[in-house]
Design a protein around this ligand. Structure first.
Ligand SMILES: [Zn+2]
Ligand SMILES: [Zn+2]
Length: 251
């Protein structure tokens, strides 16, 4: 099958499923993705009570990995003596079963309109940290081309687009590519994750990032292996600093 024909078929399926979901919304009023209670007219996909119930990560956090810390400490035990290619991480929310539902719907359930609200939250988080405010451009963690074709979108790029739209920042697209179709990190033990993503990323066009401070955007931070591999590729290609912004992090 030609790529063009496959693309037309994919678009057709997408349009058809969008029509069906629009019809279903007319017959059955929509429910909150998280608590499954009926949504008010002003709510979109998630009710206001669920949004306000998510646990925001406030300071203090580890200056390297962004993990919440007891007051007065600057680095978590895991980051002492450990070198990452990024210099800081900020996540909006602690990981929970409810946040997982949002990420899951956004990433695998085509609920891409969540990007706007999540982007606004990430923009707020970015503005809280001096190192992030100094950044000059944004890069999203890329998917392998075959995975992006299957999914139809890259959720991290949608997030980065939404943050850039909020802040008037420059999104550098297609600079960083994933050249290996890696196994999902969640399917691997933490010690195997670094190996899985090692050398998986490459900068193909450094013009937008060279000599710049970069914010790297992803949906979830767990061990940091994926964003570290991306940051390493960006630094090697000439970025002067890389900081990482995610919706949630496993604490
Ligand atoms: Zn709810
Ligand atoms: Zn740390």
């Amino acid at each position: 099958m030609t790529n063009f024909k496959a693309h037309i078929l994919r678009c057709g399926r997408t349009l058809w499923s969008d029509c069906l979901s629009g019809l279903a919304d007319c017959i059955f009023p929509p429910f909150c993705l998280v608590c499954e209670k009926g949504l008010e007219e002003r709510d979109h996909l998630v009710c206001g009570r669920c949004w306000s119930g998510f646990e925001i990560i406030d300071r203090p956090v580890c200056e390297v990995c962004g993990a919440p810390l007891p007051k007065g400490e600057r680095r978590c035990p895991a980051c002492r003596g450990k070198g990452f290619s990024f210099s800081g991480v900020r996540a909006a929310y602690s990981y929970s079963a409810d946040i997982r539902k949002i990420i899951h719907a956004f990433k695998f359930g085509r609920k891409i309109s969540l990007a706007k609200r999540l982007g606004r939250i990430l923009a707020f988080v970015l503005l809280q940290d001096e190192r992030f405010r100094q950044a000059e451009c944004m890069v999203a963690v890329p998917l392998h081309v075959s995975r992006q074709r299957e999914r139809g979108y890259n959720q991290s790029e949608l997030l980065a687009q939404a943050v850039c739209a909020e802040l008037g920042m420059k999104l550098v697209k297609d600079a960083l590519v994933r050249r290996k179709r890696t196994k999902p990190q969640t399917a691997l033990a933490p010690r195997r994750r670094t190996r899985n993503v090692e050398k998986a990323f490459r900068v193909t066009d450094a013009s937008g990032i060279v000599d710049r401070k970069v914010v790297l955007v992803d949906d979830v931070f767990t061990t940091g292996a994926t964003v570290d591999a991306c940051a390493k590729a960006l630094r090697r290609a000439g970025a002067v600093d890389v900081v990482v912004l995610t919706v949630t992090r496993a604490t």
